[in-house]
Design a binder for this molecule. Structure first.
Ligand SMILES: [Fe+2]
Ligand SMILES: [Fe+2]
Length: 210
């Protein structure tokens, strides 16, 4: 089990929730009441605030692994996001660029699904599709070196988001492995993460817990 300490902000949130939050009283779902579910529903914004903090922690943990690539997985993520930002992309796109590989060390065989799942409620269908399919589109640049079909993405040719996803890989994802590139630090993107993952209604609760 990983024994790395979590950030003080995350620890504070977890402690507050654990000690202060009202709880439902059932021991099985079968005996639960509407009142119980009202209590639980009221906690969802708090959980979402914790999710934002956990996303930042998970990105930070990408620094532990380089997977044989020239830069760490965190640096690749920062580089992809920085390049998108410097290219004038909007905040949502930059967020997707930053998170697209957050699942690399959680689900190496299907990592795009992790990012796509996290982002889905908060981003446009185009950005969600782009993140979900970036793996097969990125394959164009290297799958022929590992015995796979680099043109597998052609199965999606004609899809409304094909060119959009193709562009993401061409301009940013496949180009973000330069050890000499100076990326913005993770701290630069933390407000962006909180902006998207902590809805306005939750901000007060979140700040009170920090
Ligand atoms: Fe990826
Ligand atoms: Fe990537």
């Amino acid at each position: 089990m990983d024994s790395s300490p979590v950030s003080p902000a995350v620890a504070d949130i977890r402690a507050s929730v654990a000690h202060d939050a009202e709880r439902a009283s059932f021991t099985t779902f079968e005996e639960s009441t509407a009142a119980d579910w009202s209590v639980i529903a009221s906690q969802l914004p708090v959980t979402q605030a914790i999710a934002a903090a956990n996303i930042i922690e998970q990105l930070r943990m990408l620094e532990r692994d380089h997977g044989g690539f020239p830069v760490t997985r965190l640096e690749h993520s920062l580089q992809t996001a920085t390049m998108a930002e410097e290219d004038g992309r909007d905040a949502e796109y930059v967020l997707c660029a930053l998170l697209h590989d957050i699942g690399d060390t959680l689900a190496p065989y299907n990592h795009p699904d992790i990012a796509a799942g996290i982002l889905k409620p908060f981003v446009s269908p185009a950005n969600h599709w782009m993140v979900q399919h970036h793996g097969i589109f990125q394959g164009y640049y290297f799958w022929h070196h590992i015995g796979l079909n680099r043109d597998a993405r052609e199965n999606f040719r004609g899809h409304e988001f094909f060119e959009y996803t193709e562009e993401f890989c061409a301009k940013y994802d496949q180009a973000a492995f330069d050890p000499e590139y100076v990326s913005a630090p993770l701290e630069h993107f933390e407000p962006l993460i909180r902006q998207f993952f902590v809805p306005e209604s939750t901000t007060e609760t979140y700040n009170a817990l920090r």
